[in-house]
Design a protein around this ligand. Structure first.
Ligand SMILES: [Zn+2]
Ligand SMILES: [Zn+2]
Length: 244
């Protein structure tokens, strides 16, 4: 579990203009946008003298003196996934950085980073994120961890939401939905309630209808968001293939 209270944050506040259009056909759901979130982020480039600086300054970054110097920039997000995905016989490993699109405007990334010795580590432990569990990589703003914090009142689970399943907060690149941390009974889902890809199957509202369907959950236990794909993932143009 992540100890949220001990986690250093990327401080400061920046505001953005989200542009995300989600359109559907009979068979597809298309996301077109600028990758920017509808909520404030921390200040990037990470400023000298802030608690997060030393962590970022240690990490090399392509085209920048180090990772602390990376700003957030708009990019051409254009991803088309199946509208009604189906569970495949075998799960698929994640081989690109982007794992999903948040309705808040940013994207979800792989929950693996590399440390200075090139060893795989939990990105949430390796680098401080902002208060929305996000930061830029290659200038693309993305989330790690239980990132529902900034996805609106309902996603955070206020009193009136504690008896219900969390709402949809995004879509994975295999087309399945990503939901906040509360399961059918309104309790926070634990990893023991989820499969290896961090999802499960029960009745949800999908395209306006109640259907029994697979979906992913965000929670506070590793891998927090998506561990692998139950459906067939598409490739996200402009998403890196390294580990971060
Ligand atoms: Zn569920
Ligand atoms: Zn990252």
């Amino acid at each position: 579990m992540i100890d949220v209270l001990k986690r250093p944050f990327v401080s400061g506040t920046m505001h953005w203009h989200k542009n995300l259009k989600v359109s559907t056909t009979e068979t597809e759901r298309r996301f077109q946008g600028n990758g920017l979130p509808d909520h404030p982020t921390g200040r990037f480039p990470v400023q000298k003298g802030t608690p997060a600086y030393k962590y970022y300054a240690e990490i090399p970054a392509h085209g920048y003196p180090n990772a602390a110097a990376i700003p957030i920039k708009p990019w051409n997000l254009d991803v088309t996934v199946p509208r009604d995905p189906s569970v495949q016989a075998q799960p698929t490993c994640i081989d690109q950085l982007t794992t999903g699109m948040a309705l808040a405007g940013g994207t979800f990334h792989l929950e693996v980073a590399t440390d200075a010795q090139d060893r795989p580590v939990d990105p949430n432990a390796a680098l401080p994120l902002d208060r929305c569990w996000g930061h830029p990589y290659d200038t693309q703003y993305h989330y790690h961890g239980p990132s529902q914090t900034c996805f609106g009142e309902a996603s955070r689970g206020p009193a009136n939401a504690r008896t219900r399943h969390s709402p949809l907060v995004g879509y994975a690149i295999d087309g399945f939905g990503i939901y906040g941390p509360r399961g059918e009974d309104g309790e926070i889902v634990r990893n023991r309630d989820l499969d290896v890809c961090h999802g499960h199957t029960h009745a949800i509202t999908w395209n306006g209808k109640k259907v029994v369907m697979y979906h992913y959950h965000l929670n506070g236990e590793y891998p927090y968001s998506i561990g692998c794909f139950r459906g067939k993932p598409v490739t996200v143009p402009g998403s890196g293939h390294g580990w971060h």
